[in-house]
Design a binder for this molecule. Structure first.
Ligand code: HEM
Length: 204
């Protein structure tokens, strides 16, 4: 829990102070993340191959829209794609590490359910991850991109189930995050409806 929260704070501070640089230097950051990810894959236990770092990146992506309007929100919203791509790299390292482990020790078909939910969530994540790269996104129609990215809700819910199902001492932490996320999205929805209604009224 501490690792996730510390990572989260680092990512918030980085975006707040260096948000523009994160956007400008995104390829360098993706390269560094890949390098760190590959190194971490070769190690026995790290905070990356255990899944914590990837999760922290995605928590920022998930909760950014729920923040009060201001500089931090603006910066975070502007770094969402970069954070999602870096988070995706770390999550892939984590997933692959566990899959190889399961294959090595011949329990791939007899693993706990949370293992398969993890695989399911990554299967959802891969098309979202690929289409988060700006050069891929530009090749798609805005509407199709938005439609595809609605799947991120399925991904997030699958991630929460993956984490809660582990049923360890952090279970209540994950349940709290999941409830908070539902509230944030509900709040977003209410604001969206309000804006929609106000626009309709001004048109009349
Ligand atoms: C191929 C996909 C995945 C597989 C095979 C997988 C597998 C696992 C396994 C076996 C565990 C350990 C459970 C235990 O300690 O008993 C775990 C933990 C974890 N996974 Fe995944 N996972 C995958 C995807 C993901 C994704 C997409 C995320 C987040 C975005 C994630 C985040 C985590 C975290 C943070 C933990 C540590 C939880 C804790 O110890 O509190 N995993 N995963």
């Amino acid at each position: 829990m501490t690792i996730i929260l510390v990572n989260l704070v680092i990512l918030l501070i980085a975006s707040f102070f260096f948000g523009t640089w994160i956007r400008k230097l995104h390829w360098v950051l993706f390269g560094i993340s890949l390098g760190i990810g590959i190194y971490s894959f070769t190690q026995e236990i790290t905070i990356i191959n255990m899944g914590y770092v990837g999760l922290s990146f995605f928590l920022v992506v998930m909760f950014a829209s729920g923040l009060n309007p201001g500089k931090l929100k603006k910066r975070l919203m502007g770094n969402r794609a970069e954070y999602a791509i870096m988070g995706g790299i770390f999550v892939l390292v984590h997933g692959l590490k566990y899959i190889i482990y399961a294959l090595d020790f011949s329990f791939f078909w007899f693993a706990p359910i949370n293992f398969y939910i993890g695989i399911f969530s990554v299967m959802i994540m891969i098309p979202l991850w690929i289409t988060s790269f700006m050069f891929v996104r530009k090749k798609m129609k805005g509407k199709s991109w938005k439609k595809l990215h609605k799947l991120s809700y399925v991904f997030y819910i699958a991630v929460f189930i993956h984490l809660i199902w582990i049923n360890n001492q952090r279970m209540w932490f994950y349940i709290t995050l999941c409830i908070l996320y539902v509230f944030v999205k509900y709040w977003d929805y209410l604001i969206y409806i309000k804006l929609h209604d106000t626009r309709k009224m001004t048109k009349v």
